[in-house]
Ligand binder design. Sequence first.
Ligand code: NIG
Ligand code: FE
Length: 433
Amino acid sequence: MIITGKCWKIICSDAMDYLIKNIGLLATPEGDMAKSGEAQNKIRTIKNAIVATKNGKITYAGSMKGASDSPEIISAMDQESVIEIDAGGRLVTPGLVDAHTHLVFGGFRQHEFDAKIAGASYLDILKAGGGILSTVEATRAVSYDDLYAKSAEFLNKMLAYGTTTVEIKSGYGLDLETELKQLQIIHDLSKNYSVVPTFLGAHAIPKEYKDNTEGYVDHLINEMLPTVASRKLARYCDIFCEDSVFDIKQSRRVLEEAKKLGMGIKIHADEIVPIGGAGLAAELNAISADHLLQADDLGLNAMAKSGTIAVLLPATGFYLDKGYAKARKMIEKGIPVAVASDFNPGSSPSYNMQFVLNLACLKLKLTPSEALTAATLNAAAAIGCAESKGSLEVGKDGDIAIWDCPDLNFLFYRYGNNQAYKVIGHENRMDGC
Ligand code: NIG
Ligand code: FE
């Protein structure tokens, strides 16, 4: 079957094999580990390339020249069932990996928009019972079916923007029942989408524990974490380690318990006030520390030593008008840098990873090659998927984005437009991840 013309997305199942011909430029990082320092800037580029996939895995990714002698290409050409796509000289990259989202939520928060424009800060809104807590009310009230449908629709749209793998956090229940509802939805989504689940019960202090953060931490440790772990509903445990939310001591307690239960750990660290989240992430060997706008040298040096990945969220800095993390300093120190959308209704209401990449170059000052690595291989490593995702190499999953662009600069400098031409994502893929 030959696919022609414009269509936003193609969802690939294991039964479909693809041959993408006439690629003007193939650009991909290489390997199955996060890249740091100068290596983050080294990507493989091939002009006039071709990519073949079989049973959802890449069997060939290389130059057109010589491809006709390759047994993988010959066998793909021979098969009637193979889906041929003419890339028409366009740019092809790995599908984007969004390593930090909160996309299972009830309602939106446009009612806070006027106060925000008038100058109310994110933490002021939260302290007044709004912010995350208002989304908690909305998420508790919505049915499983409605919340599943809303979340699936987000994932469909993200695919149409080039994002093929998504980490999703719970954290809008803050009670066992609703946290389990969110995690069950993420689990059920994983049957159709490539998603990674993270438990974020420690996202805020629920109204039931107002002025009793220690009581809520005990509840997290004694009730919530063991239930989530025994049902195997989360690969990672995350915490909002922040002034007036969870302090360093409370964060250490929760995360140490999560580790004991076999979960990997992540931290919302040093976003608004520098309280030492980056250092804690390094001390506990977290796979990632996220946000990091205010992280100090001590914390960053510790992260460089521990190999903790910095997941930077420039769309949040943009929306909160709080500036941007010091990405160049992190790269110089040898910290692997990833970028993600932080999609949520309060601090980053966009799931557009192309916009995140525009900001990664314009505001974080990453080169286009560093930015590509940040949104593919390093992002995959930040959610434990780098062995199967994040680069176009033989044996990896066939998650592929074809862009209406001749090169990477074009993709990253044109902001505000969806430049995805065709996107091949995966159904039923997370078992292999
Ligand atoms: O990463 N900072 C905490 N959590 C989210 C915001 C969640 C919300 O405001 O609903 C974040 O920015
Ligand atoms: Fe977040």
